[in-house]
Design a protein around this ligand. Structure first.
Ligand code: ADP
Ligand code: MG
Length: 633
């Protein structure tokens, strides 16, 4: 008597279902993928009780003919691949031919399908241990109707692993969101317990796509993200990435699609993280919706039954590409005229749609190496600005204000300030300006310093508020890094070398890394067991307190361990240094200095946030100001 027996079909399928059907959401994923593979332009999903009771997915795709229906529900039967070559270059979402077999082995699955509108429609249902398919004529329009009832009715042990209806529905919702993001051309609707959750019409234009992104990822993401699009060597990446100031406390707004398939991949994660590394506060997560299109031969999607995982054949190339595209996009974010402005809230950023494509403007000028904290605006900087329009806007506004003001009722001081406001806007002149119109620049024209912390400036949109220290810190940081990279980090000897008392172990460490820190512009020697003397500092930081600077840098080195590689520490050291070099609160700045800082911000990479990812400036539009005073309401 043999001990080895052939398993019956249902049991074999139930075993396979262990991998494919984890929960109701896995079924929804498989069914919606099939609908998309069938060329549907509309997919409607109806869920009852978290999908545990019922899942219905209707599509208007190609449909299935009578003869194909029994095959659809049998395992290892697929219309999507034929041979090994096909498997190595998969263009469809499905290919394993086991989803429907698995689903129907652990639920009551009824399929209705028709391949054209007027013709015959058929239904199929599986019965018994051998899952004998029962095919019958029925009525249905072109497309397919999948009806899954009572999941795990025949596998009670698995049923126990299901969570609450709400949790299960949340997973389904996530699946639909991912599908809706990767297939903009397909309309989706989702309902739960008879109530519509959302309807997403097909999105063709850029605007419609962004609208869909906003519906799925939230309006704030849509407004505070930049579009990305770049191709090289057969790789294309496009989508939207949030500005670093729109970071999250969880990694919950991260969508990455490879050839339309939502994937979780270490190579991708690492590349994205690295691109944002320098601009995100520790413990914050970036948000993005990104699509990588790559030759299907270059990815192995047959790594796991749920197909969430993939493997790139050229991991390094893909990693480098993703990093490069995102890094570049973040680097090119500059203050710019807002294109869409949310009026309900103060936003730290303009939601410019073109900044990602804006060419990199002039790099550091040689004059910035002279060590002065501030220098004059670079002439001929970015002029992406409709100057005339801005002027007209302000003039118009001033006329309105003029009409509203009964001059006799106002004190003289206010009248003169209003008059000068009008004059500044209209004549585009500025006493402290470089003769050029500061007003028409993205960050506008400095007006005053507030509490020794903020710079107030006006531009055509309204009021700009800049965190002086944070902004300057970012500028210093970028300059230090760039000078270091170009091996032109100038040193400045201290007039009076500064002696410092340290503990013996600190002094040991300092001595050990002296050579490395000399490359960073910090030159010192050990004087005694417990003392060193600082002789030179980076020229950019000549105004900083050398002792404090040195102590903080040393403490960075000590936390990393002296042996850490330079690149690991580099950004941190520069960040520490920049903080010391940046203008301190309460330092009185002249208007010229303030304007110079604003111009530097416009020119500096990643200047929208400080090294810790906090915003460096914000804009209050005239509309927002108006609403503060209930003007026009
Ligand atoms: P796979 O998608 O891996 O091929 P499935 O078990 O999901 O395997 O589906 C089996 C086959 O049934 C598919 O290859 C396809 O031919 C057919 N099919 C499934 N769903 C649909 C649908 N909604 N519309 C048209 N054909 C479908
Ligand atoms: Mg499938």
């Amino acid at each position: 008597m043999t001990v080895i027996k052939q398993l019956d079909t249902r049991l074999a399928n139930q075993i396979a279902a262990g991998e494919v059907v984890e929960r109701p959401a896995s079924i929804v994923k498989e069914l919606v993928e099939n609908a998309v593979d069938a060329g549907a332009t509309q997919v409607d999903v109806e869920i009852e009780r978290g999908g545990i009771k019922r899942i219905v997915v209707k599509d208007n795709g190609s449909g299935m003919a009578k003869e194909d229906l029994p095959l659809a529900v049998s395992r290892h039967a697929t219309s999507k691949i034929d041979n090994l070559e096909d498997l190595e270059a998969i263009a469809s979402l499905g290919f394993r031919g086991e989803a429907l077999a698995s689903i129907s082995s652990v639920s009551r699955l009824l399929i209705k399908s028709a391949t054209d509108h007027g013709g015959q429609a058929h239904s199929v249902y599986c019965e018994g241990r051998d899952m004998a398919p029962q095919v019958q004529p029925c009525s249905h329009t072109k497309g397919t109707h999948m009806d899954v009832k009572e999941l795990f009715y025949n596998t009670p042990a698995r049923r126990k692993f299901l969570r609450t209806e709400n949790t299960e529905f949340k997973h389904i919702d996530d699946v639909i969101k991912r599908m809706a993001l990767s297939f903009f051309g397909v309309g989706f609707s989702l309902s739960h317990n008879g109530r519509s959750v959302y309807q997403l019409p097909p999105a063709q234009t850029e605007k419609q796509k962004l609208h869909r992104v906003g519906k799925i990822c939230g309006q704030a993401f849509a407004e505070q993200s930049i579009p990305v699009e770049f191709s090289r060597d057969g790789l294309t990446m496009w989508g939207w990435m949030a500005l670093p100031t729109f970071s999250r406390s969880q990694a919950d707004l991260q969508y990455f699609f490879v050839n339309g398939r939502a994937v979780k991949d270490k190579v991708v994660n690492h590349a994205v993280k690295k691109a944002y590394q320098d601009v995100l506060y520790h413990g914050r997560y970036p948000a993005y919706v990104l699509f990588l299109d790559i030759d299907p031969k270059q990815v192995d999607v047959n790594v796991h039954p749920t197909k969430h995982e993939i493997r790139f054949r050229e991991q390094r190339q893909v990693h480098g590409f993703i990093f490069h595209v995102l890094h570049q996009a973040i680097r090119d974010v500059r203050p710019e005229k807002p294109t869409t402005q949310s009026e309900s809230m103060v936003e730290p950023f303009s939601s410019s749609n073109s900044s990602a494509q804006a060419p990199v403007q002039s790099e550091l000028s040689a004059s910035s190496e002279d060590g002065s904290s501030f220098h004059w605006a670079h002439q001929g900087g970015p002029q992406r600005y409709a100057q005339a329009q801005a002027q007209a806007q302000v003039q118009e506004r001033m006329q309105q204000y003029g009409a509203l003001i009964d001059e006799s009722a106002l004190p003289q001081s206010i009248l003169s300030s209003v008059a000068s406001f009008g004059q500044l806007g209209a004549s585009q002149t500025m006493a402290a300006g470089a003769g050029d119109s500061e007003f028409s620049k993205p960050l506008g024209q400095a007006l005053a310093q507030l509490q020794g912390i903020y710079i107030l400036a006006q531009n055509a949109q309204g009021l700009v508020i800049v965190d002086m220290h944070a902004a300057h810190e970012r500028i210093m940081y970028e300059r230090l890094k760039s000078a270091f990279d170009q091996q032109s980090l100038a040193k400045q000897p201290l007039l009076v070398p500064q002696t410092l008392a340290l503990s013996a172990s600190e002094a040991d460490c300092a001595e050990h890394v002296a050579k490395m820190l000399a490359d960073y512009g910090l030159v010192y020697e050990r004087l005694a067991e417990e003392a060193i003397v600082i002789r030179e500092v980076p020229a950019l930081l000549k105004q900083a307190n050398a002792e404090q600077l040195f102590r903080d840098v040393l403490s960075d080195v000590m936390t990393h361990g002296e042996s850490a590689r330079i690149e690991v520490m580099r950004n941190e050291l520069f960040s520490t240094m920049a903080c010391h070099g940046a203008v301190r609160a309460n330092r009185q700045l002249s208007l010229a200095e303030m304007n110079a800082l604003l111009r530097d911000m416009e020119e500096t990479e990643r200047s929208g946030q400080c090294n810790h990812g906090r915003p460096t400036w914000t804009q209050l539009s005239l509309k927002q100001l108006d609403s503060l005073f209930m003007r026009g309401q």
